[in-house]
Write a protein that binds this ligand. Structure first.
Ligand code: FES
Length: 135
């Protein structure tokens, strides 16, 4: 489903990534706002992903803004431990190998990290029930 997001919505400040290496955000109102997170990869560029694990549809983080492994090399799902490459979003270990996180386009405007598109193509529906998930 495609949802309309305010153009150039500010997600966070670049400095907000320092503490945990990543930062969660919520954009839009209603019952199902867009929930995602942003991080900076080794070459200094930004990546942002929808906060929805492709395994069972759970949010990835257990604690606020903690999406990365302790060494900050991978995105980790706190539910069943899937690991995702922070550059490609592909699952590299865990129960959903080869599946991917859904990317979001972001840009840096001054010190602000903003959504780079006003229309985001995401399935914004509630997570699937466990019986419907792919194991
Ligand atoms: S929901 Fe993420 S690994 Fe199971």
């Amino acid at each position: 489903m495609s949802m309309s997001i305010p153009n150039d919505a500010i997600l966070c400040k670049l400095a907000d990534l320092a503490e945990t290496g990543s930062r969660g955000f919520r954009v839009g109102g209603g019952d199902w706002p867009l929930k995602g997170f942003v991080l900076r990869v080794d070459d200094g560029s930004l990546r942002a992903w929808v906060n929805h694990c492709p395994h069972a549809g759970h949010p990835l983080e257990l604690l606020p803004h903690r999406f990365l492994t302790a060494d900050r090399k991978f995105i980790q799902c706190s539910s069943h431990g899937a690991l995702f490459d922070p550059v490609s979003g592909s699952c590299v270990a865990g129960p959903c190998p080869g599946r991917k996180l859904r990317p979001l386009a972001v840009a840096l405007q001054g010190d602000d990290i903003v959504l780079a598109s006003s229309s985001v193509d995401v399935d914004n529906a509630p997570p699937r029930r466990a019986a419907e998930s792919t194991q």
